[in-house]
Design a protein around this ligand. Structure first.
Ligand code: UT7
Length: 356
């Protein structure tokens, strides 16, 4: 197979229909809309109902991305998530089967909130090496299943959702080209963001109930996120020769609007070029960057050829940035289907697509 450049050719998303507002949370927690909105930029978040899984959202988003790309399948399915349907097996093969792609390689990748930039780099390398012609890359999360609903420090921050892109082999200069990526990690500070129980170090049934839940040292993560995302994004922009004031869209991991503004200020990216989707969806971890991209494209804030700079920081610790040219695709939104059910991508159409 000839080597080539990875090019984004489709994007799709899926948000579960149920919405929880800050006011809803303030009725059950010692918090308020004003506190949450002023500290984070979050006003509401979507959450799954009982029985709906990350795989259900990821399948719908994957179908929507295939529809957007005008394809019925891909050579490889890669799911980035921290909230798989179960510890074993991986969720990606089930998504592949539900989308009619039984037989193709499929695996999960875990890099918490940096999952999508990690996935983009891996998918681009797979295509660039000449091994695969097309990859369906899905970011999907259901943090509502790992959040302690009584912990105001975390319960106000996260939401559920999924978004996906199709990457295909193209040539240098094509709209949608993934130009450069840089990734990093520091496992020495893994305790800053963790779900301590349920793995091999503290298997179920967990002794300490709190260890079932997501825990974060918010203040320290905030400081490190600002420093690391600034350094990482600057490095990638320099590597591709983009002056930062000429970035068309800066799409940072959507954890906190104050973090996005602080990073944008340090980089010198004009405020109106910072994409912030937090008010509607909160922090959706590995799904946050593709959800923000799909939303911005649906608002006509992204045009073909735009210089797009992605950057993320999250548990692991992990971080990374990617520079790409926007492909000028039409995003497709899908509604979540029946739990576990196959999703037909007949003639490139997912179940109940909504364009926009
Ligand atoms: O997704 C991975 C990456 N994640 C991030 O990047 C998140 C990074 N961290 C953050 O975004 C922020 O640190 C938070 C939004 C999590 C917290 O904001 P903060 O400005 O750092 O607040 P804080 O943790 O310093 O808390 C300030 C006060 C505390 O009260 P005292 O000790 O000053 O009396 C908290 O107990 O706010 C209190 N507080 C709340 N009050 C109302 C904490 N959570 C809440 C809440 N409602 N939900």
């Amino acid at each position: 197979m000839p080597a080539g450049r990875a090019v984004v050719t489709g994007i799709g998303s899926c948000l579960p229909p149920d919405v929880v507002t800050n006011d809803d949370l303030s009725r059950v927690l010692d918090t308020s809309h004003d506190w949450v909105f002023s500290r984070t930029g979050i006003a509401r978040r979507h959450v799954v109902g009982p029985g709906t899984s990350t795989g259900d959202l990821g399948t719908a988003a994957g179908a929507a991305a295939l529809e957007s790309a005008g394809r019925r399948g891909c050579d490889l399915v890669l799911l980035v998530t921290t909230t798989p349907d179960q510890p074993c097996p991986a969720t990606a093969p089930q998504i592949a089967a539900r989308l009619g792609m039984t037989g193709v390689p499929a695996f999960d990748l875990s890099a918490v909130c940096s999952g999508f930039v990690y996935g983009l780099d891996v998918a681009s390398a797979m295509i660039g090496s000449g091994r695969y012609d097309s990859v369906l890359l899905i970011g999907a999360e259901t943090y509502s299943t790992i959040i302690d609903p009584t912990d105001r420090n975390t319960a106000v921050l996260f939401g559920d959702g999924a978004a996906a892109v199709v990457l295909e082999r193209g040539t240098a200069g094509d709209p949608g080209e993934v130009l450069h990526a840089e990734l990093g990690s520091d496992g020495g500070r893994s305790e800053l963001i963790t779900v301590p129980g349920g793995g091999s170090r503290a298997p179920h049934p967990v002794v300490d109930e709190a260890s079932r839940y997501f825990q974060m040292v918010g203040k320290e993560v905030y400081t490190r996120a600002v420093e690391t995302m600034t350094r990482s994004a600057r490095g990638v922009a320099e590597a591709v020769g983009w002056p930062l004031e000429q970035i068309d869209a800066f799409v940072g991991h959507q954890a906190n609007a104050r973090i996005l503004r602080a990073v944008g200020r340090r980089l010198g990216v004009p405020t109106e070029r910072i994409v912030c989707h937090l008010a509607e969806v909160g922090n959706t971890a590995a799904a946050s960057i593709p959800l923000a991209l799909a939303w911005a494209a649906g608002q006509d804030r992204l045009a073909a050829g735009d210089r797009v700079l992605l950057t993320a920081f999250g548990g692991g610790l992990t971080w990374g940035s990617v520079a790409l040219r926007w492909p000028g695709v039409t995003p497709v939104r899908a509604e979540v289907g029946l739990p576990g059910a196959p999703v037909a991508v007949g003639e490139g159409r997912p179940a109940r697509p909504v364009v926009g």
